[in-house]
Design a protein around this ligand. Structure first.
Ligand code: HEM
Length: 176
């Protein structure tokens, strides 16, 4: 079942969701490590992982946005109050906005600083100090925003699963 139904997400949406979740957590870990790396060679090494993974997340996000033209989101969870539905919708939208903002500010940092040769190992190229470039500010704020969104999003899913016991997580998994 590739497409979603009224009561659950389809295989395409489920695959994009969990793959993006794993890669975004990897981006947060590698991003904070890169920002705190004292040694330029170590920072460049981390960024050689961080940047390609971010490009994959961009492609998955674009695919996800395109896919919703062919697929329809399931109905809201039965019995949830309207305010919870509304907050869930805002959090989902915020993920798209912040992820695209992170990709844009990351690219902005790389373009303005001309860091690509140093990151990708050109001999003699020196890694710049990214904090001197304006897109570094939204990139740093966006990292913390994603952490906050993840806590709210995963917290809500766990609340449904274990407090309301409505088996919500099954909606975001492959149907048997
Ligand atoms: C969804 C996409 C992305 C996420 C979630 C993400 C996440 C992060 C985080 C959390 C940090 C640490 C910020 C801090 O400590 O204040 C960071 C740093 C960094 N990111 Fe990203 N990032 C993404 C995309 C990109 C892209 C597309 C590029 C470049 C093309 C990029 C380049 C960098 C660089 C160069 C740093 C290090 C800045 C420094 O050393 O000061 N990021 N990223």
């Amino acid at each position: 079942m590739l497409k979603s139904r009224a009561d659950r997400y389809g295989a395409v949406a489920v695959s994009i969701h969990w793959l993006s979740a794993i890669l975004i957590i990897a981006l947060l870990g590698s991003g904070f490590r890169a920002a705190n790396a004292g040694d330029a060679a170590a920072k460049a090494g981390i960024l050689r992982f961080h940047i390609p993974v971010a490009i994959v997340v961009l492609l998955l996000t674009a695919l996800r946005i395109a896919w919703w033209r062919f697929d329809r989101k399931p109905l809201p969870v039965q019995g949830s109050p309207r305010w919870q539905e509304r907050i869930a919708r805002w959090i989902h939208l915020a993920f798209y906005v912040v992820i695209l903002g992170m990709v844009a500010s990351g690219i902005g940092m790389m373009v303005l600083s001309g860091a690509a040769p140093a990151v990708f190992g050109a001999p003699g190229a020196i890694l710049p100090n990214f904090t001197q470039y304006p897109p570094r500010v939204p990139h740093g704020i966006g990292g913390f925003l994603i952490v906050g969104l993840l806590i709210l999003h995963a917290g809500a899913a766990l609340y449904h699963q274990f407090v309301r016991r409505d088996r919500l997580l099954r909606r975001m998994w492959y149907s048997g």
